[in-house]
Design a binder for this molecule. Structure first.
Ligand code: ADP
Ligand code: MG
Length: 194
């Protein structure tokens, strides 16, 4: 972890700029509802980019052409909340408590066989015309999201929107919880090797 002090709105706008093309290529609108200026937060920017990419990429694989993925940022007293809303099928109620588990995936899995990589349940054709976004699941995306967010002293949770679709909320604390970073950065410092 390499946390730096950043202005959260600007950080999120920059991250989303990198995702616009993928969304447009699928005919999906990436909508942003971000205040001009928000709290300063201590964030490992590339790790937080991974969080947003994982969440938006999941949404992208569940929505249809013409749909909207909306990313909002809200200032709270003690931090900022980043909310990713999609209009996909949402998450079955009994799966809500498992989606952040390592290897939990409702997608078909690719299984390795001596003859090469095959899937047990789905034909390769069902990958879809683009083939860019994996239709197959590893169940690791949200586990990584949770790990990164917790390393920031934050929280992440999943919900279903009353109007349909899923909502993922990432809470980043305003105050830097240094002890957590110290723990996760031990032995991981860059540039000390030489
Ligand atoms: N936007 C979403 N809409 C509906 N279900 C979702 C969404 N994002 C994640 N999920 C559910 O959470 C599971 C775990 O997601 P993830 O950890 O990214 O693994 P993977 O994408 O490899 O399946 C998915 O398989 C799916 O069941
Ligand atoms: Mg995923």
């Amino acid at each position: 972890m390499n946390p730096v002090l950043v202005e959260s709105s600007e950080m999120l706008r920059t991250i989303l700029a990198g995702l616009v093309h993928d969304c447009e290529a699928r005919g999906v609108t990436l909508e942003a509802d971000i205040p001009e200026v928000s709290h300063m937060v201590y964030v490992d920017v590339s790790a937080m980019e991974r969080v947003i990419i994982n969440l938006v990429t999941n949404s992208l694989s569940y929505v249809s052409k013409g749909d909207i993925i909306k990313v909002s940022l809200k200032n709270r007293l003690d931090g900022v909340e980043i909310i990713i809303d999609d209009s996909g099928p949402g998450i079955p109620e009994d799966a809500l408590s498992h989606v952040f588990d390592r290897y939990y995936s409702s997608r078909p899995r690719e299984v390795a066989t001596p003859a090469g990589v095959k899937t047990s349940t789905t034909s390769r054709k069902e990958r879809g015309p683009d083939g860019d976004l994996a239709t197959y699941g590893t169940g690791l995306g949200l586990a990584i999201v949770k790990e990164i967010v917790q390393a920031h002293g934050g929280q992440v949770y999943a919900a279903n929107r009353p109007e349909g679709g899923s909502r993922f909320v990432v809470v980043i604390p305003r105050r830097f919880k240094s002890s957590r970073f110290v723990k996760t950065s031990v032995g991981a410092r860059r540039g000390n090797a030489s």
